[in-house]
Design a protein around this ligand. Structure first.
Ligand code: ADP
Ligand code: MG
Length: 302
């Protein structure tokens, strides 16, 4: 009977989520072989209850491993990776080739039809080359040219809407293009949030390899379970959010400022976390909302 009662508890969620759009960003660690089936199973379940799932993926660890095997030197200035021409070529192979195919095949294994594409397809993402910026390195000011790194200037959702309409799951690799024949490497968190905004998605969810936003990044017990934009701005200013967590937080903030109701950062390396965050009252990661939505959430918890 207990199991039946548990099933009944998800009815309100299934009812609200049906027909909704979720943009789900899968981090590099999470789209590795070890976690792929587990993630694909959860995504397939969402798909089958009528949620329009749009997947965006990264691939940092895979890029590092394959670049090394291909003898491509990893260039970093002041902690930031430079995408030179060879690195860009590797991103096309690893993101659009290897990881995209693995994700599509894993979804297929779970009975969910997916289509792999990049931001270059169907004019999905128009990007421009990022201008060189000044950064501090060893106390000195240096100019960094990221080379083939793009910033998104335009999103065209026609292709995505067509795929969703046909009951397919778009799996988007974080590359974009311009009209002059250039391809760009774009941060996958940024791609996901821009798509969530353009689609006016109900949710933007990030699956990564930590529990969520930690007040102290070396202490898993300091998890922030929900936060509004002001609280996060304070954490960013204080410098307690660094590295790969920074674009996650800033893109979530950008999404909620631009009409995405709820955004979540969760640990995709633990079993069932995506379903837990969505269908159980107490989620497991960090939820980022605006002030109004925060009040609504606090009411739900009571
Ligand atoms: P992904 O491949 O999922 O994008 P990243 O490695 O780019 O993952 O970003 C997640 C990393 O950010 C974590 O593994 C962690 O080391 C780092 N991080 C920095 N500050 C924080 C923080 N305050 N809370 C949680 N993680 C943080
Ligand atoms: Mg990252």
């Amino acid at each position: 009977m207990n199991r039946v009662n548990n099933l009944k508890e998800i009815l309100p969620y299934v009812r609200t989520f049906q027909g909704a759009t979720f943009v789900i960003k899968i981090g590099g660690e999470v789209c590795g072989e070890k976690y792929l089936d587990e993630i694909a199973q959860q995504l397939s379940l969402l798909h089958h209850i009528g949620i329009a799932v749009v997947v965006v993926h990264g691939g940092g660890p895979q890029m590092d491993a394959w670049s090394k095997r291909m003898g491509i030197e990893r260039k970093v200035v002041a902690g930031r990776r430079i995408t030179d021409l060879e690195t860009l070529q590797a991103t096309k192979m690893i993101f659009a080739g290897l990881i995209s195919t693995d994700l599509v095949t894993a979804l297929r294994k779970q009975g969910a039809p997916a289509v792999g594409l990049t931001g270059a397809d169907g004019y999905l993402l128009t990007a421009e080359r990022r201008a060189p910026i000044d950064v501090q390195e060893n106390g000195k000011k240096v100019k960094v040219d990221f080379q083939h790194v793009g910033d998104i200037t335009k999103v065209n959702t026609t292709l995505l809407l067509g795929l969703i309409e046909q009951g397919l799951i778009p799996v988007v690799a974080s590359l974009g293009a311009d009209d002059e024949g250039n391809t760009y490497n774009i941060n996958a968190d940024t791609v996901a949030s821009k798509l969530a905004i353009a689609l006016q998605a109900e949710k933007y969810i990030i699956l990564t390899d930590v529990a969520g936003i930690l007040r102290n990044k070396d202490d898993a017990k300091t998890l922030v379970s929900y936060a509004d934009i002001d609280a996060l701005q304070t954490m960013l200013d204080k410098g307690s959010i660094t590295d790969g967590m920074r674009p996650k937080v800033t893109t979530c903030m950008d999404a909620v400022k631009n009409g995405v109701h709820r955004t979540h950062i969760i640990d995709g390396t633990r079993e069932g976390t995506l379903l837990q965050e969505l269908f159980v009252n107490e989620g497991c990661g960090t939820m980022i909302v605006d002030k109004k939505e925060k009040k609504a959430y606090e009411k739900e918890l009571k």
